[in-house]
Write a protein that binds this ligand. Structure first.
Ligand SMILES: NC(=O)C1=CN([C@@H]2O[C@H](COP(=O)(O)OP(=O)(O)OC[C@H]3O[C@@H](n4cnc5c(N)ncnc54)[C@H](OP(=O)(O)O)[C@@H]3O)[C@@H](O)[C@H]2O)C=CC1
Ligand SMILES: O=C(O)C1=N[C@H](C(=O)O)C[C@H](O)C1
Length: 262
């Protein structure tokens, strides 16, 4: 019998941007502990990103104001990027697609890949997908997102994406607008409207990241709820994205596209 020795693939070199934040520090620990990955840079605010420590892949977990600049820096150097930071509206995505189209070849070979991931938790991805599937079957849909009070953006990226997915599913199915007789709301008590869907943001000490989608018909209600009780819930998704991003050239929105959940 011939004995074969499997040659280990080269370790993937990973930089974390926003490394001292709540998510970034968790991502640093996850990358350090992961088989086949090696942490080559951990950048905080004010650090010069430079050559990102020679990274193949950068994980970007900062703030909406800084994220587009950081991602552009990586793309211009052929470094793949996994982005968890929120605030990626259609205008920002358009600019990013143009930057990626003009980018040099990736340091790993082939074309650069960027993943914009509003949520890395598998349960949240499923909740969003179930909500989009259910939404055309109900007259009313509202999204309630609940987070820790240190969160700087509202509504959450997950809620905005959920509302967009629900809005698209309802448009495609020819649904009417959600019913709402409100004509007087001086304090904005009915929440924000994202793609026609009311979205409500709660900030409460003790919470991490939670979302409910309420779907109503006459005489019935379906509630879909997801809870991230700690940031460890995001790390399997972060690591899966780091390992897969080089195989997905161009800009992808939503980790579900890497996991076969789309
Ligand atoms: N996709 C997902 O599953 C998840 C996404 N998020 C998102 O990730 C982002 C980060 O969240 P969170 O970790 O809680 O936030 P934090 O405020 O804890 O961390 C943000 C970090 O980014 C740093 N920072 C700011 N600007 C820059 C810059 N230009 N370059 C490098 N670092 C910078 C900050 O440093 P300093 O404090 O020195 O300014 C801070 O350490 C948010 O947009 C959040 O919504 C969060 C959880 C899950
Ligand atoms: O800031 C957070 O904490 C989170 N941000 C992301 C969002 O805005 O959707 C993902 C998750 O909800 C946690």
């Amino acid at each position: 019998m011939t004995e074969t020795t499997a040659r280990p693939a080269r370790e993937l070199k990973v930089a974390v941007i926003g490394a001292h934040g709540r998510m970034g520090s968790e991502a640093v620990r996850a990358v350090e502990a992961a088989h086949g990955l090696s942490l080559v840079a951990a950048h905080g605010s004010g650090d010069d990103l430079g050559d990102l420590g020679g990274a193949d892949v950068a994980v970007e977990l900062t703030v909406p104001a800084a994220s587009p600049g950081n991602v552009a820096h990586c793309v211009a150097r052929g470094v793949h990027v996994v982005v968890g930071t929120t605030g990626w509206d259609e205008a920002r995505l358009e600019t990013l697609r143009a930057q990626v189209a003009d980018a040099p070849a990736a340091v790993t070979g082939g074309a650069v890949g960027v993943l914009i991931a509003p949520n890395f938790a598998v349960g949240a991805l499923l909740m969003m997908s179930f909500a989009a599937k259910a939404a055309p079957f109900f007259e009313s849909v509202e999204v309630i997102e609940l987070h820790h009070p240190g969160k700087v953006d509202a509504p959450s990226g997950t809620a905005a994406r959920t509302a967009a997915m629900i809005g698209r599913a309802r448009d495609e199915a020819g649904c009417d607008a959600v019913p709402d007789a409100t004509t007087h709301d001086p304090d904005g008590a009915r929440g924000a409207r994202v793609d026609g869907i009311p979205v409500h943001s709660v900030r409460l000490r003790g919470l991490t990241a939670h979302q409910e989608v309420l779907l109503g018909n006459a005489g019935e209600m379906l509630t879909l709820r997801h809870d991230s009780f700690d940031r460890g819930s995001f790390m399997p998704g972060v690591l899966a994205a780091v390992r897969a991003v080089a195989d997905h050239p161009g800009v992808t929105v939503g980790l579900e596209h890497y996991l076969g959940l789309a």
